[in-house]
Design a protein around this ligand. Structure first.
Ligand SMILES: Cc1cc2nc3c(=O)[nH]c(=O)nc-3n(C[C@H](O)[C@H](O)[C@H](O)COP(=O)(O)OP(=O)(O)OC[C@H]3O[C@@H](n4cnc5c(N)ncnc54)[C@H](O)[C@@H]3O)c2cc1C
Ligand code: FES
Length: 345
């Protein structure tokens, strides 16, 4: 990164900031506490897609799923991949007042592993104590780095923001996963690590009325668990429907905690669905992929459009859920999601 500085102007919000030559526009925004739409930060998810109005830029390597060639030709850019070589003006395609108002500057925090607990055969609860409190919104994530293994991955906090030094993460294990495979033995209590953040725009919008839909699969439970508990702590009162997709009975966890919440909250339903139920599962509840279950349930319950929907987990699940939400009448600007895209290696 050079010392040369350029100005970036974001339209239509009229916000301006500096960017160093060699620094991505998104990193410059994080550094200066300016929150613009983003997801993976690696050119994979398209959340940061914007339009270059004027100026010279270069795009670092990205996935053409995130930015197809026909969009590049019409001056679309990915802020997480954009380097500026002059002052530039960028038109943001997605932004909301809440996002801008609730920016938190990204910082690095030191921490130590305090626990690794199995939740299912391939999901672990990782617990970390930070030396200093991390301010974040429910649903956000951090980049965790294990310095000894020289590996960094993004993980969403499962605890609500009321616990700013004791962080929890619900993590799915991949057999050859550079980070997640360390959770069975290699990553021990006492191991030092670093957390950088907070990142993410799929955080709980407060003081809203109407139903709140939480839709996840696998480790997508992590940010949704944080959002749900933050909602409960807030004392706000709105109907909540929590949809959770799993393959078989052995992929479900926290069932007792969900039963306790169902008994405690006035209008709460946990709706787990199994896509590959086994005969031994003796499963009599919802069967099928979670987007189909969401569609069926919303059709049966009816929606009046005053809804916030949060969806987190594997990209194919999110891609299937988003059109269902729109067809069901949820306003596009009230659909928040985080795709757990694999890291670029
Ligand atoms: C915004 C964001 C938030 C995230 N939050 C969480 C979270 O809360 N909990 C969580 O468990 N993960 C989360 N992830 C995913 C996480 O960052 C890692 O990508 C994941 O843990 C795999 O990392 P790894 O080092 O173990 O595997 P890698 O070494 O990166 O990959 C090894 C192999 O595992 C398989 N693999 C890895 N990732 C995937 C995938 N997503 N889908 C299918 N196969 C895959 C592939 O075969 C790959 O070749 C999040 C990702 C993003 C972008
Ligand atoms: S493509 Fe830029 S944040 Fe995902």
């Amino acid at each position: 990164m050079s010392d040369k500085i350029h100005r970036v102007r974001f339209e239509p919000v009229g916000v301006e900031m500096d960017v160093f030559e060699g620094e991505t526009v998104l990193d410059a925004a994080f550094r200066q506490g300016i929150s613009v739409m983003h997801g993976c930060k690696e050119g994979q998810c398209s959340s940061c897609k914007s339009v270059l109005v004027e100026g010279d830029i270069e795009l670092l390597k990205y996935s053409t799923f995130a930015l197809p060639d026909y969009q590049k030709e019409t001056d679309h850019i990915l802020l997480c991949r954009t380097l500026a070589y002059s002052d530039i003006t960028v038109e943001l395609l997605n932004y909301d007042e809440d996002l801008m108002r609730r920016s938190i500057a990204v910082k690095e925090y030191d921490g130590v592993v305090t626990g690794v607990t199995p939740l299912t055969h391939d999901i672990r609860l990782l617990e970390i104590a930070l030396d200093n409190p991390l301010r974040f919104w429910a649903g956000q994530y951090v980049d965790l780095t294990i310095p000894d293994a020289n590996i960094t991955r993004s993980y969403s906090m499962a605890n609500p923001p009321s616990s700013p030094t004791r962080l929890q993460f619900i993590i799915k294990k991949y057999p050859d996963g550079a980070f997640s495979a360390l959770l069975d033995g290699a990553l021990q209590v006492g191991q030092r690590l670093k957390a950088k953040g907070p990142y993410g725009t799929c955080f709980r919008r407060e003081e809203r009325t109407g139903p709140m839909l939480l839709i996840g699969g696998g480790s997508g439970m992590s940010p949704l668990w944080s959002i749900l508990h933050d909602h409960v702590e807030s004392g706000e009162n709105r109907p909540v429907r929590f949809f959770y997709g799993a393959r078989t009975r052995r992929d479900l966890f926290y069932l007792e905690a969900f039963a306790a919440l169902t008994a405690k909250l006035p209008d709460f339903r946990f709706i787990p669905a199994l896509s590959h139920a086994e005969p031994d599962d003796e499963w009599t509840a919802e069967i099928g992929f979670i987007h189909d279950v969401v569609a069926r349930t919303l059709r049966a319950e009816g929606l009046d459009g005053n809804v916030d929907a949060y969806s987190c987990g594997p990209p194919p699940m999110i891609d299937a859920v988003l059109p269902i939400l729109q067809i069901s009448g949820v306003e596009p600007e009230r659909i928040y999601f985080d795709k757990f895209t694999p890291a670029v290696r």
